[in-house]
Design a protein around this ligand. Structure first.
Ligand code: GLN
Length: 483
């Protein structure tokens, strides 16, 4: 049962081959069996899941079920869930139980999905390896000595290990696409504004975007359908109708123009990863697509730009965690100043503190113009590069990450090397564009991701392009040994 894609599970539920309660129990058993070791989950909501599976079964029986009704999924622990702890991977929120559901959670709930629990993540979504979580590192199911990527590492590893049908994640600089690549699954970061950020704990508000982590593009289409759409409670949410994503999956690709940015294939990219990405692009040629050489001249500036903009926004967003209103509070503060200082020093981990300090510095008087304003100007140039490119091509392809999964501990003490993991993903966030990662030919048993970037609100096109490759190949169906 657990090896079926979400699309197959939905069909099985509707045909009465198994019930949602049976399916939920099967996943809960797998979580018990494997997760002590993998550490994908921060919280498992056993009783709640079984109760919602019973309600889903009733809906299936009385004919009021939607496409996802009865499907067990997991939410990244950054999405608020009423009555169930939302930690954001931090000691700061170890005791935080939100009084409301994030819009993404509420919508998936209304669609009838069953929430199995909350997944592990880098603290406040800052990281590329899931090593900054207060709840410990997540292990990559393909090889437990390797990181799963981050920051949605718990969600990616859980989907890869078949511990849930699908999962949600968030992507500020690559946190859906990079862990999807490193764990051999499909991940989609929608256009900024496509999915509501209401109840999604903010890291860098102008970059954050929620999206699905799934086994296939067809599964991602089903998840996005339920997640996307205007939300009056998020002022940056787009007032655009949500198209029928599943209906676009099979469209023919003849004449599709694929842009290959030369900057994405230069030094720094592992040669075998490059070969694997090129082999997938050759498949698209066979399907009748045309490959065009393009240039994104400012892409070399994206990591530096991001590491001014994202810390600046996080320093502001994280100022609310002060030990007064909610979250961790130090013992016996001497005065208000001491309360702030010690609550924050004790509650936040090293990477979060590093970012708050960089951001506070970059926004301070005298440095604002030199750093923050400059970064915003370069961000504009990066968006311009894409605007020009999309005048020429329909989608842009390249690697998701410069390497396959690396060893736990390998980059943990070297933040700058770690930051380079997102060299190909960050630009899409800076420009607000949708991006996807799908598994292609692995290198030495380690998954590799092909990244597909589209123009604004072209999620349907991305899913179509991804699905057509998944019709012709079975890389996305491969399971890690033992799962
Ligand atoms: N790895 C990047 C960072 O550490 C991106 C994280 C994310 O997308 N949430 O900020």
């Amino acid at each position: 049962m657990h090896d079926k894609t979400l699309t197959e599970l939905a069909a099985g539920l509707r045909a009465g081959e198994f019930s949602s309660v049976e399916l939920t129990r099967a996943y809960l058993e797998r979580i018990e069996q494997f997760d002590t070791d993998l550490n994908c989950f921060i919280s498992v909501a056993r009783e709640r899941a079984l109760a919602s599976a019973e309600r889903a079964d009733a809906r299936i029986r009385d004919g009021s079920a939607d496409a996802l009704t009865g499907i067990p999924i997991a939410h990244k622990d950054i999405f608020c869930t009423s009555g169930l702890r939302t930690s954001c991977g931090s000691k700061m929120l170890d005791n935080f139980v939100a009084p409301y559901d994030a819009t993404v959670v509420a919508r998936l709930e209304a669609a009838g999905t069953v929430m199995l629990g909350k997944t592990n993540m880098d603290e406040f979504a800052m990281g590329s390896s899931n090593e900054t979580s207060f709840y410990g590192v997540v292990r990559n199911p393909w090889d437990r000595t390797l990181v799963p990527g981050g920051s949605s590492g718990g969600s990616a590893a859980a989907v890869a290990a078949r511990l849930c049908g699908a999962a949600t994640g968030t992507d500020t600089g690559g946190s859906i696409r990079q862990p999807a690549a490193l764990c051999g699954i499909t991940g989609l970061k929608p256009t900024y504004g496509r999915v509501s950020r209401y109840g999604m704990i903010a890291f860098a508000s102008s970059l954050d975007q929620g999206g699905p982590l799934t086994r296939s593009a067809a599964d991602a289409a089903l998840m996005l359908q339920a997640m996307a759409g205007f939300d009056p409670r998020d002022s940056t949410s787009a007032q655009q109708a949500v198209p029928d994503y599943s209906g676009q999956l099979d469209a023919d690709l003849r004449g599709l123009k694929i842009g290959l940015p030369r900057e994405y294939f230069e030094s720094g990219l592992d040669a075998e990863v490059a070969a694997s990405v090129q082999a997938a692009i050759a498949e698209y040629r066979h399907m009748g697509a045309e490959v065009v050489d393009i240039s994104l001249p400012n892409s070399g500036l994206s990591v530096a730009t991001y590491y001014v903009v994202a810390p600046a926004e996080c320093s502001s967003n994280l100022s609310r965690f002060d030990g007064v209103r909610f979250g961790h509070r130090c013992e016996q503060p001497k005065n208000l100043e001491d309360l702030y200082k010690r609550s924050r020093s004790e509650g936040f981990g090293a990477e979060v503190k590093r970012r708050i300090m960089i951001g506070t510095y970059a926004l301070s008087a005298g440095y604002y113009d030199a750093y923050y304003l400059k970064a915003q100007q370069i961000r504009q140039l990066i968006s311009e590069d894409f605007r020009k490119a999309f005048g020429q091509v329909d989608v842009i392809m390249g690697p998701t990450s410069p390497t396959t999964a690396f060893a736990i501990g390998e980059k943990a003490d070297d933040p700058v090397t770690m930051y380079l993991s997102d060299i190909y993903t960050i630009a899409a966030n800076l420009a607000g564009l949708p991006g996807m990662s799908i598994p292609v030919r692995p290198v030495a048993g380690r998954p590799v991701g092909l990244q597909i970037i589209g123009n604004y609100f072209q999620e349907g096109k991305l899913l179509n392009v991804a699905h057509r490759l998944q019709r012709e190949s079975d890389w996305h169906l491969a399971a890690p040994v033992g799962f």
